[in-house]
Design a protein around this ligand. Structure first.
Ligand code: TYM
Length: 347
């Protein structure tokens, strides 16, 4: 059985980048469900969310919305556990155990920490922002995950998770553990990233050099999955055929059109040549077809399904707690055992 952990940190709306990067395409959760029997969809990281200031009522609203988004993206709850991370205490316990073996040098290197602490005014950021990647490692390692679908901005965190798993296995697993009388074997699986070849970094609609992000101050830079129809229509469909025509020159001043084209290519199944031909004909009728196609394939079915899901209250089955306890127990036991061996008189 293969385990997949997928996570969305909920501080703002979920955008098209999250959907394409983490939940879709070759690594679509639906496909994974067919291929693998087990998915732990670790949802709505409330423990992660408090690393920066937040608005409590909004957090609970967005948590519910995130659940609806997972379901609207096709997660099958008969096979996957969709749960709120902070409801399973083992995440925080494992994080603490892991953090004693995580060099601060590894954490200081993290680009997201540098960016976010810079934005928040370096000295005043909470320590949790620094140790955040250890919590993410705990989310993943707890479930002995084989695969983690992520966009490329999370690759560094995933690499840290892998290094940490190897380090812990080395410190407390294998031969050393055997010497202490254990049965051998590793503690944690070293997980692999599932990266979308083309959708790993969906760019901002307003700045071709940055990724589409929920923390960008400009809402025009992203297509939020929960945007009302006319709002997303404004963001995406304002581009005129004239603008699109200039795509051929890839002019920087028309960067938003270039990005739109890329998003289109990713989501519509239409190939670049066809789009170019349509644009070249400058037939606005055809251009309308293209726009409608984008909306029909990508946004409309999603928002309809989301509305349908949100209208019903339901209890999601949680199968994650027991498994997480097993995950943390392993490291807990080894620490206890080491301590007993090392300081018998203290215990
Ligand atoms: P978060 O919430 O920032 O983003 C969720 C997922 O979306 C991907 N992503 C993108 N992919 C393509 N293009 C973009 N523009 C884009 N923006 C975001 C992210 O790479 C991510 O996969 N730390 C994580 C949440 C997390 C997690 C986990 C993920 C916590 N624990 C365990 C996986 C496993 C985060 O902040 O992602």
């Amino acid at each position: 059985t293969k385990a997949v952990v997928c996570g969305l940190q909920k501080t703002g709306g979920i955008n098209l980048g999250n959907k394409i990067g983490a939940l879709e395409g070759k690594i679509s959760l639906r496909n994974l469900l067919v291929t693998f029997c087990l998915i732990h969809t670790a949802l709505s990281f409330q423990v992660h969310n408090i690393t920066l200031p937040y608005d409590a009522p909004q957090l609970s609203e967005t948590t519910r919305n995130t659940a609806a988004i997972y379901l609207a993206c096709g997660v099958d709850t008969s096979k996957a556990s969709v749960f709120v991370q902070s409801h399973v205490h083992a995440h925080v316990e494992l994080m603490w155990l892991l953090s004693s073996d995580t060099p601060t040098g590894w954490l200081n290197r993290m680009i997201q920490f540098k960016e976010k602490s810079h934005l928040a005014g370096n000295e005043n950021v909470g320590a949790a922002l620094l140790t955040y990647p250890v919590l993410m490692a705990a989310d993943i390692l707890l479930y002995q995950s084989d695969f983690v679908p992520v966009g490329d901005d999370q690759m560094q965190h995933l690499e840290l998770t892998r290094e940490l798993a190897e380090k812990i296995n080395n410190l407390y697993g294998g031969r050393k553990w055997k010497k202490l009388g254990g049965k051998g074997g590793t503690l944690f699986k070293v997980p692999e990233a599932l990266i979308q070849p083309t959708g790993a970094r969906v760019m901002s609609l307003t700045d071709g050099l940055s990724k589409m992000s929920k923390s960008d101050p400009s809402d025009m830079s992203r297509i939020n999955l929960l945007d009302p129809k006319d709002v997303s229509a404004n963001k995406v469909f304002e581009c005129s055929p004239d603008h699109l025509l200039s795509l051929h020159a890839d002019q920087v001043e028309n960067m938003e059109c270039v990005i739109l084209l890329r998003v289109w290519l990713l989501t519509s199944g239409v190939i670049k040549k066809e789009i170019k031909e349509w644009c070249a004909e400058r037939a606005s009728g055809q251009f309308q077809v293209l726009k409608a196609d984008f909306r029909a394939r990508h946004l409309r079915p999603f928002s309809e399904r989301r509305r349908e899901i949100s209208s019903k209250r339901r209890r999601l089955p949680g199968k994650c707690g027991d498994r997480a306890d097993v995950g943390v127990q392993k490291l807990r036991v080894r620490h206890r055992y080491h301590q007993i061996r090392m300081h018998p008189s203290d215990i």
